[in-house]
Design a protein around this ligand. Structure first.
Ligand code: 5GP
Length: 207
């Protein structure tokens, strides 16, 4: 399998962390780059596993030294991908997944045009709200902010190479694996049939 870089983006609450972690667990040749963030850790999160939790000053230091492949402000916190980590993982022969927002995805597409990007959509607006609230890990104002930005996030799907609607986690993982193996043409944004189906889903989903 050719080592390649994959960017996965989705509105907050779509389930991308669950999907990406499962993909990594089930596919030994696939690894996830651990991002840096200035956001405080959630209760169950571990430093260096979920994120490198850093101060604003450390974030600036890494950014100023050119250490981020991409970085962005998302929901009032800063997030960035370590250039070195990605390069080392690719050099080690892994397929590397970046789980980042649409702003970061844009930067990666510019910096590394060979990277493939995948956008995940929640089944509907109502379901996203339910998932965000049900997560119980964020304060109500954080949930509100994330939900209010979801429509804008959704509007970015046509900028990606592939798009999947995450109705069932197992099925989404199977489709993501196909894309990563190079068999995902049927899920490409430019596939007319698939695109029409996704557009229909977006309209029906209340976006
Ligand atoms: P959360 O706070 O829920 O872990 O993540 C919030 C958002 O930030 C998600 O859309 C997530 O994909 C995005 N994100 C996480 N790490 C990075 C990163 O390194 N760069 C960018 N641009 N976004 C990130």
């Amino acid at each position: 399998m050719t080592p390649r870089l994959f960017v996965v983006s989705a509105p907050s609450g779509t389930g991308k962390t669950t999907i990406v972690r499962r993909l990594v667990r089930e596919n030994p040749g696939v690894s996830l780059a651990v991002s840096h963030t200035t956001r405080p850790p959630r209760e169950q999160e571990r430093d260096a596993h979920d994120y490198h939790f850093v101060s604003d000053a450390s974030f600036d230091e890494i950014r100023d030294a050119g250490g981020f492949l991409e970085h962005a402000n998302v929901f009032g916190n800063r997030y960035g991908t370590s250039r070195r980590e990605v390069e080392e993982k690719l050099a080690g022969g892994s397929q590397v997944i970046l789980e980042i927002d649409w702003q970061g995805a844009e930067q990666v597409r510019r910096a590394m045009p060979e990277a493939q990007s995948i956008f995940l959509l929640p089944p509907s607006r109502g379901e996203l709200e339910k998932r965000l609230k049900g997560r119980n890990s964020d304060k109500p104002e954080v949930v509100k902010r994330r939900f209010s930005e979801a429509s804008h996030d959704v509007s970015k799907w046509t900028d990606f190479h592939y798009v999947l609607v995450n109705i069932d986690v197992g099925e989404t993982c199977r489709r993501m694996s196909s894309i990563m193996k190079g068999d995902g043409a049927g899920y490409a944004v430019h596939d007319e049939k698939h695109r029409a189906c996704v557009e229909e889903g977006i309209a029906a989903g209340g976006w």
